[in-house]
Design a protein around this ligand. Structure first.
Ligand code: 6PG
Length: 478
């Protein structure tokens, strides 16, 4: 069994197992290793028939089983676990061997690991993999970053196991060092925004207008047949139509309303702030999860903080169509912001990310896969240097068409006491970016008033300070 595997997979939790099965089912020989070897043995026993799979019990056995240069895919818990495995491996590897980290690593960790491994003559690919357990097995979206010469060695296998849309693999080399993990992080940030917008839409219709979960299952299924067609809308329809096996009640009503998070959405928001990019829909989605998780505080506040409802009495007439239009328009904003963040990151970190290619590899396999991504790809084909997706003709006209409905939904939700942070902040962003003149003139005046921070004039070049509280004269501060 020496040197026969094209690639090794380290970590046999469910994502590692499913990726190994996916690789083997394409006839690509794969060696697998897990710290607890009993799990490897069970895996080989259960799935050895999927294709050429070699189980190994020690790191040495694994390294002997993989052809040179070795390609090793790490599917371990992101964070300290990744560093521990890399440390264990790196002393035993040969120059030119390749470590592919397929976890949700922070891109700064990926940059550090890439530097350290490069200095030891090893090659590293920080690779985002999206699609959950099913995607890993049947075809995920794969976002590799790192050394281009390392990608040349593994690209064919990764592109083979990725989801395929219209014959195009949902995997392409994205850029150096942390580019792949950054793109995966923004994917997850957009995933948060998408999920929050869907949850708010459900809330307005369920608790604002009193629609039943069965009726809502039909509404979402219907939406999935149109422009909103996507994995997340599809599973939402399915979830809303599912009954609790214990009580027969709608399953969704039996689930505690506290949203968890593992960090990628929060990182996206933090890094957006650092770049000075207004990724407001993603950030609101992160905050909304935080608010939801304060369950005890909310239960107390519900009895003491007064509000109008919600009481299920919003007229349902026309509301379903309005919410569909609002959801679509707000989704356009969330994606526009995510892509703007990618554009800013590529400038900041010198990555040369191709935004159209990113839209292409998100069309299938990943959690945010959607018909909509084709539209984004087309927008970047029309104008590769597009500043903001909202300025593309298609998206511009769709938001223009949907905005009255969007405003009605936000107004109705606000009047009925339903929190719609993502729907409303996306609308405020839209209204902010389309205004020729914002009230920031007053902020500049205040800053100059209390701190002599200076302002620019609308009618003249240069920086100025006004002696607001003394003689009212203006001085040039160039
Ligand atoms: C994916 C998902 C995956 C994971 C999320 C969940 O692309 O397949 O994004 O990576 O399910 O990271 O994240 P939270 O636990 O933070 O919601």
């Amino acid at each position: 069994m020496t040197d026969t595997a094209h690639i090794g997979v380290i970590g046999m939790a469910v994502m590692g197992q499913n990726l190994a099965r996916n690789i083997a089912s394409h006839g690509i020989p794969v060696a697998v290793y897990n710290r607890t070897s009993a799990r490897t043995a069970e895996f080989v026993e259960a799935h050895g028939g999927d294709g050429p799979i070699v189980g190994t019990e020690t790191i040495e056995e694994l390294l002997a089983a993989v052809e040179r240069p070795r390609r090793l895919l790490l599917m371990v818990k992101a964070g300290a676990g990744t560093d521990a495995v890399i440390a264990e491996l790196s002393d035993r590897l040969d120059a030119g061997d390749i470590i592919i980290d397929g976890g949700n690593a922070h891109f700064a960790d990926t940059r550090r690991r890439e530097r350290e491994l490069t200095s030891r003559g090893l090659r590293f690919l920080g690779t985002g993999i999206s699609g959950g357990e099913e995607g890993a097995l049947h075809g995920p979206s794969i976002m590799p970053g790192g050394r281009a010469d390392a990608y040349e060695e593994v690209g064919e296998a990764l592109e083979t196991i990725a989801a395929q849309v219209d014959g195009t693999p949902c995997c392409t080399y994205l850029g150096p060092d942390g580019a792949g993990h950054y793109v995966k992080m923004v994917h997850n940030g957009i995933e948060y925004a998408d999920m929050q917008l869907i949850a708010e839409s459900y809330d307005v219709l369920r608790h604002g207008a009193g629609l039943s979960t069965d009726a809502l299952a039909d509404v979402f299924a219907d939406w999935n047949a149109g422009d909103l067609e996507s994995f997340l809308i599809e599973i939402t329809a399915d979830i809303l139509g599912t009954a609790d096996p214990r009580t027969g009640e709608p399953m969704v009503d039996m689930i505690v309303d506290e949203a968890s998070q593992k960090g990628t959405g929060r990182w996206t928001a933090q890094l957006a702030l650092e770049l000075g990019v207004p990724s407001t829909a993603i950030t609101e989605a992160v905050y909304a999860r935080v608010v939801s998780s304060r369950n005890a505080q909310r239960h107390h506040a519900a009895s003491v903080l007064r509000g109008p409802g919600p009481d299920g009495s919003i007229a349902a007439d026309g509301l379903v169509d309005d919410v569909r239009a609002a959801l679509y328009a707000a989704k356009i904003v969330a994606y526009a912001q995510g892509f703007e963040q990618l554009a800013a990151a590529t400038a900041e970190y010198d990555w040369d990310l191709d935004l159209g290619s990113i839209a292409t590899i998100w069309r299938g396999g990943c959690i945010i896969r959607a018909k909509f991504l084709d539209r984004i790809k087309q927008a970047y084909d029309r104008a590769p240097d597009l500043d903001n997706l909202l300025l593309d003709d298609y998206f511009r006209s769709r938001v223009a068409e949907g905005q009255d409905a969007w405003r009605r939904v936000v107004t109705t939700a606000v009047a009925s006491g339903i929190a719609v942070p993502a729907l409303s902040s996306a609308l405020s962003y839209y209204d902010g970016v389309r205004r020729e003149r914002l009230p920031a003139n007053l902020i500049q005046a205040q800053r100059d008033y209390f701190g002599a921070h200076t302002y620019h004039r609308t009618d003249d070049a240069g920086a100025y300070h006004l002696r607001w509280t003394t003689d009212g004269s203006e001085e040039s501060r160039d």
